[in-house]
Design a protein around this ligand. Structure first.
Ligand code: GDD
Ligand code: MN
Length: 355
């Protein structure tokens, strides 16, 4: 066996037969010795039985029947545990992922170009079709947040393949939807290759992603922090630079007003500009370790913009905490600065100084 492809299912009776036909046709046409392992979570629509019957037609088809809806990620891992081959893969059952791309993901590993291949919607040639604005925004935000940890352009995709040895003895947390990010973070892979795919929103059935998946995703992101000590280090450097900036601000305000006899409101504006500039330079060369010259002006403008947005957020939270939660305004401000600091850091890390 060359390839073990897991297809997790929950209520996919309208899709699964069509998908399996296409997959096995691909296997045959391109001489891939592949097996498909469907992991069904006791679908109330009887997807499980349907697939069981299809085993008469497809001899390399297996089914795992689980008791109830235990989650996408754990289904994938459970399927892989049965896998006979050294290359593991996964794709959705709802025809959103193009079976025609199986061969490309597979060959890249087979030929040794990579040990981990990802069907990517966010590189040239890839895209998403048929999503509404809300779903697009959610996905964009999730993808952006994942950039804290990885340069993979589509760490949210549900279509990928990996060499078995890369996850051997790796403890994976099978919560939620985002098994791919989990593997990117913890796997022992050496070379990732992204291959463009066009994701087409399902025509039949309903998506199972919900608010629960969003929370478990945020929880996952927090849990990854210890894996990237570097991010924590950058955050503390960034906060420290902010502290220096505050001191610079006060010193300029004082000296312009007292020694240069400038009107204090004007001094305050000058102090803001000087402090933002010194913050920018320190963050550029010290926190995020860039060359001073590299896109100086463009980044300076971005940095300034993020600073202003963070200031607005600061004021907003100061107001909310004080007026609506009845917190003493100085305490509110301490909390609001915390919120603004995180936004400021993320804005600059993921946008101004993105790698
Ligand atoms: N066994 C099992 N158990 N399968 C599940 C479960 C579960 O609890 N939840 C979902 N599935 C199956 C579905 O039947 C489908 O085959 C596949 O997992 C993806 O679920 P969808 O409900 O179609 O998810 P989606 O289209 O909203 O999200 C897809 O795209 C995202 C990228 O934008 C998935 O591929 C996500 O993993 C991916 O992040
Ligand atoms: Mn889907």
């Amino acid at each position: 066996m060359d390839l073990s492809l897991v297809v997790p299912t929950y209520n996919e009776k309208e899709n699964i037969e069509k998908l399996l036909n296409k997959i096995f046709k691909e296997f045959k046409e391109h001489k891939i010795r592949g097996e498909v392992i469907v992991v069904d979570d006791g679908s109330p629509d009887n997807t499980g039985n349907l697939v069981e019957n299809l085993r008469k037609k497809h001899k390399n088809l297996k089914v795992i029947h689980r008791k109830g809806k235990l989650g996408l990620s754990s289904a994938v891992l459970e399927g892989w545990r049965m896998a006979k081959s050294e290359i593991l893969g996964v794709m959705d059952a709802d025809l959103s992922h193009p079976p025609k791309k199986i061969k490309e993901l597979f060959w890249a590993i087979e030929k040794g170009e990579a040990d981990f291949t990802i069907g990517s919607r966010h590189i040239k040639g890839g895209r998403i079709e048929g999503w509404n604005l809300k779903r697009k925004l959610l996905s964009k935000t999730a993808t952006l947040l994942a950039r804290i940890y990885t340069n993979v352009k589509d760490p949210m995709t549900g279509f990928f393949m990996i060499k078995k040895e890369c996850i051997k003895d790796v403890k994976l947390n099978p919560k939620g939807f985002k098994i791919l990010l989990e593997i990117i973070m913890k796997g022992k892979h050496k070379k990732i290759k992204e291959i463009p795919i066009i994701f087409i929103n399902r025509v039949e059935g309903k998506s199972k992603a919900g608010i629960k998946e969003i929370f478990s995703y945020l929880q996952n992101l927090m849990e990854y922090l210890p894996y990237k000590k570097n991010v924590i280090k950058e955050f503390f450097k960034f906060a420290f630079v902010g502290l220096i900036g505050t001191i610079v601000n006060l010193v300029i305000l004082y000296s312009f007003t007292e020694f240069l006899k400038i009107y204090y409101m004007i001094s305050a504006v000058a102090a803001f500009v000087v402090a933002a500039t010194s913050n920018f330079i320190l963050n550029k060369i010290w926190t995020f370790k860039e060359e001073m010259k590299h896109e100086f002006l463009g980044k300076y403008i971005k940095f300034f913009f993020v600073s202003v947005v963070a200031l607005i957020i600061n004021l907003l939270f100061l107001y909310l905490f004080t007026e609506f939660l009845g917190i003493y305004y100085i305490i509110s401000q301490v909390l609001a600065i915390g919120v603004a600091l995180i936004i400021n850091f993320l804005g600059n890390k993921l946008w101004t100084f993105k790698k």
